[in-house]
Design a protein around this ligand. Structure first.
Ligand code: 9Z3
Length: 357
């Protein structure tokens, strides 16, 4: 005699004791996945998503900051890049106690932002709250906490002599950036925050006369629980095992490229753990969304090797072992100048696309 279904939280979080199968997919937290029917419905459209979710409260303020930042730097003749960085979360409860996170420390984004700033770009740094940030990243990781670099004596607190030279260089760049006002930082936590903020930024920037670059390094959740199916309160452990039914996050690169900012130069990152999948997945993303570049990387080697895939060619940026382990060269110092070169060519060729002026 099957045990009746014990609990349903808004029809979406179901106890598994009777094997009760939600509408289209059951995926246990252990990672096993079971198609509940042969036809998976696929992601909702971006339009449907935005119509059925609430924008973060900070959106109007952030919109104003983006507008005035881009306007100022456009008039001062700077190129603009929007860098996304860090992972998005998917809350399991409206009053969130638990959430699913995406892997990303924010190293790629924060490091790249520094190189863009050094090359004279105005940078909108859209990052996961508390993830690494340009400049402070050198001293904010648990392994290189700023306290490790300090010493106290009768005169006060100082940077230890061995670290002064390196810190001076970083401090000077940091102050220079502050003085020029070329870095705008905006944060997100959930995938919902991220989607609304990216759309808002893209729509604002596309109305201005700048051929902006988008450098999408954030690790964005692929699955989420729609707001109307989320448990309001903390899910109770007393109800037994927890099964989650999650929907696919809308593929927002499509509207980003086609509708929100059709004249932009867009670079997306593709993260895989299986080398065999990376070339095919990267090319698929490029063809599907029609943007300019996909940068493919593998989780374990992302700091040493990346592949740049465009519609015409595929190239690789790879650090040698000596460059990586002895010289401590950052791969972003090679990626960013290459992209800046391609961005300049793209802007120069705007006439051939009928987009100048
Ligand atoms: C990346 O692939 C980034 O390079 C990393 C950087 C997240 C690996 P860290 O912040 O790591 O330096 O620790 N970002 C894109 C990941 C992503 O979600 N891509 C989507 C996908 O692979 C497409 S937008 O499907």
């Amino acid at each position: 005699q099957p045990i009746p279904q014990k609990s349903t939280i808004n029809g979406h979080l179901t106890s598994v004791i009777n094997g009760g199968m939600p509408e289209h997919y059951v995926r246990s937290l252990s990672g096993a996945s079971t198609p509940a029917s042969s036809s998976s419905p696929g992601p909702v459209s971006a339009e449907v998503y935005f119509a059925s979710h609430v924008a973060p409260k900070s959106l109007p303020d952030n919109a104003e900051k983006i507008r005035s930042f881009v306007d100022r730097h456009m008039h001062e003749g700077r190129r603009v890049v929007l860098v996304t960085s860090g992972g998005t979360t998917v809350p399991l409860e409206t009053q969130t106690v638990r959430f699913i996170d995406n892997f990303s420390a924010g190293t790629r984004g924060a490091t790249s932002a520094e190189y863009f700033l050094e090359e004279g770009y105005a940078v909108i740094f859209m990052h996961r709250q508390f993830s690494l940030q340009p400049y402070s990243r050198h001293y904010s990781h648990s392994r290189n906490c700023f306290l490790e670099f300090m010493e106290a004596d009768g005169d006060g607190i100082h940077v230890m002599p061995a670290y002064v030279d390196k810190m001076r260089v970083i401090l000077e760049k940091y102050r220079e950036t502050q003085k020029a006002g070329t870095l705008l930082t905006l944060d997100f936590v959930t995938v919902n925050d991220y989607l609304f903020l990216l759309r808002e930024a893209a729509q604002i920037i596309s109305k201005m006369d700048v051929h902006a670059m988008y450098y999408l390094a954030a690790a964005v959740s692929d699955f989420f629980i729609p707001a109307d199916r989320m448990s309001e309160h903390k899910i109770q452990s007393g109800d037994g095992l927890l099964n989650l039914t999650m929907e696919q996050v809308p593929k927002i690169l499509k509207p980003l490229v086609n509708d929100w900012t059709p004249k932009a130069f867009i670079i997306s990152f593709k993260l895989e753990t299986d080398e065999a999948l990376l070339p095919m997945k990267s090319l698929q993303a490029l063809k599907r969304y029609g943007h300019q570049i996909v940068i493919g990387n593998i989780l374990t080697t992302r700091k040493r090797v990346v592949k740049l895939i465009t519609h015409d060619e595929e190239s690789e940026i790879r650090l040698t072992q000596e460059e990586d382990e002895v010289q401590h060269i950052e791969i972003e110092s090679r990626i960013v100048p290459e992209l800046i070169r391609r961005h300049a060519e793209w802007i120069e060729a705007c006439g051939t696309r009928g987009e100048c002026g």
